[in-house]
Design a protein around this ligand. Structure first.
Ligand SMILES: NC(=O)c1ccc[n+]([C@@H]2O[C@H](COP(=O)([O-])OP(=O)(O)OC[C@H]3O[C@@H](n4cnc5c(N)ncnc54)[C@H](O)[C@@H]3O)[C@@H](O)[C@H]2O)c1
Ligand SMILES: NC(=O)c1ccc[n+]([C@@H]2O[C@H](COP(=O)([O-])OP(=O)(O)OC[C@H]3O[C@@H](n4cnc5c(N)ncnc54)[C@H](O)[C@@H]3O)[C@@H](O)[C@H]2O)c1
Lengths: 208, 208
């Protein structure tokens, strides 16, 4: 089992290589190149790649296709996981309309909102249902994952509804820590790591 | 200078300790506790904390207040950096209304949109301006950071406008790599790392 830090590093390699493929660069990349761009240790890069079964060749490096494929396979991007979004407001709407998460396996089957004005509308081709239908839809579709993009006060109650309906994982964007049984995986999303890097850069560059 | 991976680890410690403070736990935390919760090496935690000048005491551990303070100071969260958001749609609107970024130093001074229907409205207490005012406002306010939440095709053109106006950093949410001079820092935000962790969990738990 890979810990959170390894998963994060694999995603760094994934995006780096995806950008390289997009810019039509060579079909190979060396661990030294990856290490230099990420300002990290070459040995750690090779250790991570070995852990997911990817080996390089001398003077050639790693095949970018093989590397991307191994990361996708290891992290489960090739399997669709049925997902719902609760809270079809701004953030929920942005996630529902963003085609870019499909390549990570996200398969949105329904949206939910407590606002009657939103119920019945469609976002990203998916219908918005009332909260009253949540339990039935989660059970019937054996939904794996729920994305929570509701106000903080609504989050815990919805988490409990979801747990009762058999959800396996929750992607929580609401600024409230959830209390759930230990067999339910919660990822509390802060979208703050990117901001931290920007703040740190501005501080170092004497931005004031 | 701390590399990207250290900044990310510091944010993990920050959120962990912030949650602990929120749940009124002890005013101290040990590197062993941090290491266990993040499934990482105790020595690496202590190395990171030493790098930002935080030292623990035997049997007592690290003061959570001192730890939070050191991370905030190191990463520049105590200094306001003037910021704008371009693209006041769903994602831009969610970021403008989200009070949670202020504690990282984000100080939003203006929003911009090319849609005349949005210009003149207010989001999160900040006015939406036309793109024609972008250069003048960035220069006049010496804006440090621009958040790009526009469609992919609009991103590069706006980046060039921003560079011309003297922007120092760009937080890019649009799915397009930007070409900018090397003295402009771009953070390409994927919001996919959290999803990768969820996908990996679901794969390991045999979710299908
Ligand atoms: N994690 C981050 O980095 C980050 C960034 C921005 C916003 N946020 C958070 O994301 C959440 C959504 O933000 P937003 O700007 O999209 O808000 P929004 O007001 O635009 O959307 C919230 C939606 O949730 C619905 N809703 C409210 N209570 C509900 C309930 N009990 N059941 C179902 N639906 C319910 C509302 O009708 C609305 O459509 C907020 O909690 C916000 O603080 C987090
Ligand atoms: N990085 C991620 O993880 C992630 C997640 C969701 C969405 N996105 C991306 O974020 C962007 C915004 O998504 P959204 O759902 O908020 O879209 P949206 O359509 O709701 O908002 C886009 C806004 O940009 C404005 N706009 C368009 N062209 C412009 C220009 N040239 N100058 C100024 N404003 C302009 C539009 O008028 C609109 O208000 C998209 O590129 C989307 O693909 C990224």
């Amino acid at each position: 089992t890979l810990n959170q830090l390894v998963v994060e590093r694999l995603m760094h390699y994934y995006h780096l290589v995806a950008d390289q493929i997009e810019s039509h660069a060579s079909g190979h990349v060396s661990s030294a190149q990856i290490a230099q761009l990420l300002e990290m240790d070459d040995t750690l890069v090779r250790k991570d790649l070995a852990a997911i079964g990817v080996r390089g060749r001398p003077r050639v490096g790693f095949s970018t296709a093989e590397l991307m494929g191994a990361i996708r396979e290891t992290l489960g991007f090739n399997e669709r996981y049925r997902s719902i979004i609760i809270g079809a407001g701004r953030l929920g709407g942005a996630i529902a309309s963003y085609g870019g998460f499909g390549k990570y396996g996200l398969d949105i089957v329904a949206l939910f909102d407590s606002d009657p004005a939103r119920v019945g509308q469609t976002l990203g081709g998916v219908a918005i249902h009332p909260i009253e239908s949540l339990n039935a839809i989660v059970r019937e579709h054996r939904v794996h994952l729920a994305v929570l993009t509701v106000p903080a006060d609504a989050a815990q109650g919805l988490a409990e509804l979801l747990v009762g309906a058999g959800i396996q994982a929750i992607w929580n964007f609401a600024p409230r820590s959830l209390v759930v049984p230990s067999n339910v995986f919660v990822r509390h999303e802060h979208i703050s790591v990117g901001l931290a890097e920007l703040a740190y850069y501005l501080k170092r560059s004497g931005a004031r």
